[in-house]
Write a protein that binds this ligand. Structure first.
Ligand SMILES: *Cc1c(COP(=O)(O)O)cnc(C)c1O
Length: 454
């Protein structure tokens, strides 16, 4: 047995930073913060392709107002704040309608996709504990492209994720999916669409499989929940993916993505209240009182709930349809421009405004370095190496510049074939080829340590 290091026994020196003795003026504090902000990624001008969903300053100012109105209120106790309870229930209900749900569909709001997915894993784990107590090591089956929030939830909740590879079209392989189901499987997962490639898993076929095996099927619509329904209405070919599909028992949809709400807002929905019951938690033993809790958080900030309600009310169906159309127009132009370059290739058949491209002839990570040098925040994918674009309204102003810079970047890498051996490209290339996952994890943990060491 390795010796367990006990770092508690040696008190270190004083921490580096303390709270200022005298408080500073509000103006001073805000000025300092604005200075720090200047180094942040430039999302307002469409230089980023993830992390921020921006629908213009007017909308942004509006949801900020709604957020501020309820900044202090706490949805931990909906009885104390009936306004928040009303906003939450109405947001859940509007989301259920949008996603093909009937009046039996029930859910809650959460702080984001990760919490929504965490709760889905917890719900089905506890559902299985109740109805299938013979299962001692619960497993879930999911596409390799499913969001890491599922792995993370499995890690926290002691559930085993069983990953299914993709077909050449970058959708999950149905035959392999079937083979991955065992007597320990507690539910199935599909993405609508997958974050990496924007491809839609075959939800109808998976629904049939779920019915046949008598298993719940969760559809992760965190990305597509507030985009695919509009695209369908606009006539885009979107295969059924929501509660209209028999076998689908739950859905997640992020308001803080394509619903253009404030951050900290997502919805988790179940086919019926019997499932949702397993999401809730109550303890009765606490001297502080009986404590019922609907989601993972304790204190639940009112701001994001209020801002989500405000966004849905103010934008409305026609607003979202118009925004979806404009976003897709930019997406088509980007895809056409990228394909026209010849050296680049779009991966799979992306169904909405999220897609990835690679190159069969040049080092795509070297292209990424060139783009970064021109001020873009670039998101790199692996297996296969590719670059990722998530298009929003903010890119109406920047897509032409992006295509120009991309053309130059591709030219540069063609003329400098060794560019891939330098810069970040070399690092990403090495990481992608790593055959020692444990060492890779250790490297990343060290990097986290460094990030959070003050
Ligand atoms: C963003 C996303 C998530 C996770 O949501 P967070 O809000 O980042 O926690 C899960 N699934 C998909 C498909 C996503 O796009």
């Amino acid at each position: 047995m390795p010796e367990v290091p006990n770092s508690n026994t040696q008190p270190g020196g004083k921490a580096k930073l303390s709270i200022p003795k005298e408080g500073l003026s509000h103006q001073q504090v805000l000025e300092t913060m604005r200075t720090y902000q200047q180094k942040d990624a430039r999302w307002q001008t469409g230089q980023t392709w993830s992390l921020v969903y921006f629908a213009g300053q007017t909308h942004s100012d509006f949801i900020k107002q709604a957020h501020n109105l309820f900044m202090a209120e706490n949805a931990l106790n909906p009885g104390a704040f009936p306004s928040l309870a009303r906003f939450e229930n109405e947001v859940v209900s509007m989301t259920a309608s949008l996603l093909g749900g009937d009046e039996a569909v029930a859910g809650t709001m959460t702080s984001g996709g990760t919490e929504s997915i965490f709760l889905v894993v917890k719900t089905y784990r506890d559902y299985a504990r109740h109805y299938r107590p013979e299962i001692k090591t619960p497993e879930i089956v999911l596409p390799v492209t499913a969001h890491p929030a599922f792995d993370k939830a499995c890690h926290y909740l002691d559930v085993i994720p069983v990953f299914v590879p993709l077909t050449d079209e970058l959708r999950v392989d149905l035959d392999k999916y079937r083979q991955a189901i065992t007597s320990n499987t507690i539910f199935l997962v599909a993405s609508a669409p997958s974050y990496p490639h924007g491809t839609l898993d075959p939800v109808e076929a998976l629904g049939q499989l779920a019915l046949e095996k008598e298993l719940p099927l969760h559809v992760d619509g965190c990305l597509g929940g507030f985009m695919l329904p509009w695209l369908k209405k606009l006539g885009y070919p979107i295969a059924p993916f929501d509660f209209s599909v028999p076998g689908v028992t739950s859905l997640t949809a992020d308001l803080h993505k394509y619903a253009y709400a404030a951050k900290g807002a997502s919805v988790v929905l179940y086919r019926n209240r019997q499932y949702r019951r397993f999401q809730f938690y109550v303890t009765t033993r606490w001297p502080g009182g009986i404590y019922p809790s609907s989601t993972a958080a304790g204190t639940r900030p009112g701001g994001p709930i209020a801002a989500a309600w405000a966004a849905l009310q103010a934008i409305g169906e026609n607003g979202y349809l118009e925004m979806a159309q404009r976003t897709m127009a930019v997406t088509q132009k980007l895809k056409a421009g990228i394909s026209a370059l010849g050296e680049l290739q779009i991966l799979g058949n992306p169904v909405m405004s999220v897609f990835a491209y690679t190159s069969p002839v040049i080092n795509i990570y070297a292209v990424a370095d060139q783009l970064e040098a021109k001020g873009w925040l670039v998101d790199r994918l692996q297996h296969p190496a590719a670059l990722h674009l998530m298009v929003t309204l903010a890119h109406e102003q920047s897509y032409e510049a992006y295509l120009n810079d991309l053309k130059e970047a591709v030219e540069f890498v063609k003329q400098h074939p060794k560019a891939g051996d330098q810069g970040k490209a070399a690092v990403y290339g090495m990481l992608a080829q790593s055959t020692d996952p444990a060492q890779l994890v250790e490297t990343m943990l060290r990097s986290l340590d460094k990030t959070y060491d003050n």
